[in-house]
Write a protein that binds this ligand. Structure first.
Ligand code: WT7
Length: 672
């Protein structure tokens, strides 16, 4: 039986979650000035520097981006027009020819950076590797040639399903080099989820590894690829390129599967970067929305290159001596923009770490910082909260004095976690850049500049130069200071998503039609609630749609519901987020069962396992509650607000007059 939940992508704006209110937001009066020493050496040294560049960009965005594109990037051919905006479709730098792999590699080889460390990699079992720009270039060229040999041509999509090893970055850059858009699928996703994405992208080849090390376990990545491709379920895939990592035994299918290390031996290191049109697709990255099927967010070449380049440089005040570390996985946009493309385009040294915080290794992040003298450290609130729990003794036992800038991303950071980060990790001398952005935005949208913007714990502060952000009501009218509303972007920016892969209509509905166009001007709707305070600082209040964030990972509740109802025992499922101290949110599922099935602990475990198999471990419900019926409105819509309240163990108050059958509520409360 299918879920009767409506499809929010196609419903009018009035069906969005309730307008955010500000009661839940803590009033925060603390203000932290950028450290004087850092500010003195930074590109933007004072708040008036920020305000000046912001005003300049706002006055003429096209001139602003055009100037930067010329200064900061290499072009094979200059563009003819900076921006062609036919709402909601934007084209940036039309007529230009460019290659992001060239900008990340080749252009550094003619400078002293040739022998600078491009990538420092720390493996989970303690192995490590450093690749200079020259070495990285060599391997990227070799892999690009191998892809060509295996029949990949410009425009063909390539799936990447990898652990956090250098070859993940090499694979992305190799695809970009030959103009084959990549679609990276996070290694924690299941075979089912992988298959869906490969099919949607019509990938011609998959790059994977025999396995990976994650949380003290070996993850059998190649076996998942085999499962995803079994029974010709993803017929577009003709070849699989396998990197050797764990050396665990795997099955290699003759003709289809190829070892990278074998093909690399004879691969030429000469592979000129393909001159790409500015608007040629660089990659697809799937992300969850309100509807069941993940969306393929499309990013193109030039605008994405420019925006990730400039935001990395300014937001982290990047200097040539920096050792920069972003702890994300390349399977997410953060890894794309701020492990690989942004840092390498700037010729920076980027650290890549295979491990994740876990009780068996409570000092792992601090060890990496000490070992490599990391100067810029970028992580997520959920990781910070995990480390708070594991105790201050771990960071205190390491030398963290190399750090100069800290960053956070993924969800609103609670002021307690911010203060801990500031004092215990930053020793009160490192500015914190709280960067608000999304898979769809490609790069930072609202963020401090570390030498210029005074920070307030919990606020992402001000928009990046060139970004016009507003908080509006459903009619697109700006709301008053400190009043909750919907966060929108009112002017296109270079790294904005161009469409949803293969579905322009869904692109239009999801991002551009919830909020009424204002005076013919289209507003990009981010899906977040926010307020702006009297200083013009933005406070993100979280998603207003049916998207939840578990450890900073974005999950559509409907996606998990679809997974649950695909189990024979489940008649109906409603999934909500429940606040969790470390993860931010937890998945809680309310379930009604088919005919003869009875709820039991065994069934609960089976259903949890089923979700893991359908989506991946990140979506595993932490709590499953069986019910005779779900609370619905008279028009048949599940009342999620009620379920959220119940899931968090609170009393249901407020208006329940639209509830069709009050006894349902009583029954659910009892089960809790
Ligand atoms: C959603 C986007 C962008 C990389 C990681 C997540 C939330 C992200 C912040 C922040 C408050 C944040 C928003 C946003 N979010 N950064 N600094 N403060 N909320 O990318 O998976 O596309 O998720 O993450 O809700 O819409 P994503």
């Amino acid at each position: 039986m299918s879920n009767p939940t409506s499809n929010p992508d196609s419903t009018p704006a009035s069906n969005l979650g309730s307008t955010p209110t500000i009661e839940s937001i803590l009033h925060e009066d603390r203000l932290f000035q950028p450290p004087a020493e850092l500010a003195a050496q930074a590109k933007f040294k004072s708040f008036s520097d920020y305000e000046a560049i912001y005003a300049k960009a706002k006055a003429d965005p096209a001139a602003f981006w055009g100037e930067l594109a010329q200064q900061e990037l290499h072009w094979f051919e200059p563009w003819k027009q900076v921006l062609d905006w036919r709402p909601p479709f934007a084209k940036w730098f039309e007529g230009g020819k460019i290659n992001i792999s060239y900008n990340c590699l080749d252009r550094h080889l003619t400078t002293w950076r040739k022998n600078k460390a491009a990538l420092i990699w720390e493996g989970e079992p303690g192995d490590s590797r450093t690749l200079t720009y020259a070495q990285l270039h060599r391997e990227v060229c070799q892999m690009a040639n191998v892809l060509k040999e295996l029949g990949v041509q410009k425009g063909d999509r390539v799936g990447i399903y990898m652990p956090m090893i250098p070859e993940a970055a090499i694979a992305m850059l190799a695809c970009a080099r030959i103009g084959a858009p990549h679609s990276v699928v996070f290694g924690g996703f299941s075979a089912e989820a992988l298959r869906d994405r490969l099919v949607d992208a019509q990938a011609k080849l998959v790059i994977t590894a025999d396995g990976g090390f994650r949380k003290d376990k070996v993850v059998a990545l190649k076996e998942q690829v085999d499962n995803a491709l079994a029974n010709n379920a993803a017929p577009s895939v003709q070849n699989v390129l396998v990197v050797q990592r764990t050396k665990e035994p795997i099955i290699m299918e003759t003709g289809r599967d190829h070892w990278w290390h074998e093909l690399q031996t004879n691969a030429s290191a000469d592979c000129p970067a393909e001159p790409m049109n500015s608007e040629d697709m660089l990659f697809i990255l799937y992300t969850s929305g309100s509807t069941g099927k993940p969306k393929g967010v499309v990013h193109t070449t030039a605008g994405y290159n420019l925006y990730t380049h400039v935001t990395t440089q300014w937001t982290f005040d990047l200097q040539d001596t920096d050792i920069y570390w972003c702890t994300a996985d390349v399977g997410w946009i953060t890894g794309h923009s701020y492990i690989v493309y942004g840092p390498l385009s700037n010729g920076a040294t980027t650290v890549m770490y295979e491990g994740v915080p876990r009780p068996s290794n409570p000092g792992c992040f601090w060890d990496v910082i000490e070992k490599y003298g990391v100067t810029i450290f970028y992580t997520a609130p959920t990781a910070i909260r995990t480390f708070i729990k594991m105790g201050d003794q771990h960071p205190k036992a390491r030398n963290l004095s190399s750090l100069r800038i800290l960053g956070t991303v993924g969800e609103p950071i609670n002021p307690e976690a911010w203060m801990w980060y500031h004092t215990v990790i930053g020793k009160e001398r490192c500015p914190i850049v709280d960067t608000w952005w999304q898979t769809e935005t490609g790069g930072f949208m609202i963020t401090p500049l570390p030498g210029a913007t005074p920070t307030k714990p919990g606020s992402a502060t001000r928009p990046f130069p060139g970004i016009l952000a507003e908080v509006v009501d459903l009619d697109g009218n700006p709301v008053a200071d400190n009043e909750g509303g919907y966060l929108v972007i009112t002017h296109p920016w270079p790294s904005m998503l161009r469409t949803v892969y293969g579905d322009d209509d869904r692109f239009r509905r999801t991002y551009w039609e919830h909020i009424a166009p204002k005076d013919g001007q289209y507003l990009y709707f981010a899906g977040d609630g926010a307020r702006r305070d009297e200083d013009g600082y933005f406070w993100i209040m979280g998603r207003v749609d049916d998207v939840i964030s578990v450890s900073g990972h974005r999950l559509g509740t409907m996606e998990i519901e679809s997974a649950l109802v695909s189990h024979p025992a489940v008649a109906e499922a409603a999934v909500v987020g429940r606040p969790d101290e470390v993860k931010g949110e937890d998945v809680v599922a309310f379930i009604t069962l088919e005919g003869t099935y009875r709820g039991s602990d065994t069934l609960k475990s089976e259903l949890k396992q089923h979700v893991v198999a359908e989506i991946g471990a990140i979506a595993r419900p932490s709590d499953i509650r069986f019910a005779d019926a779900l609370p619905k409105t008279r028009s048949g819509k599940i009342m999620r607000r009620l379920l959220r309240t119940l899931a968090s163990g609170q009393e249901v108050s407020g208006d329940t007059s639209t509830l069709e059958d009050r006894s349902v509520l009583d029954a659910l409360r009892e089960d809790a």
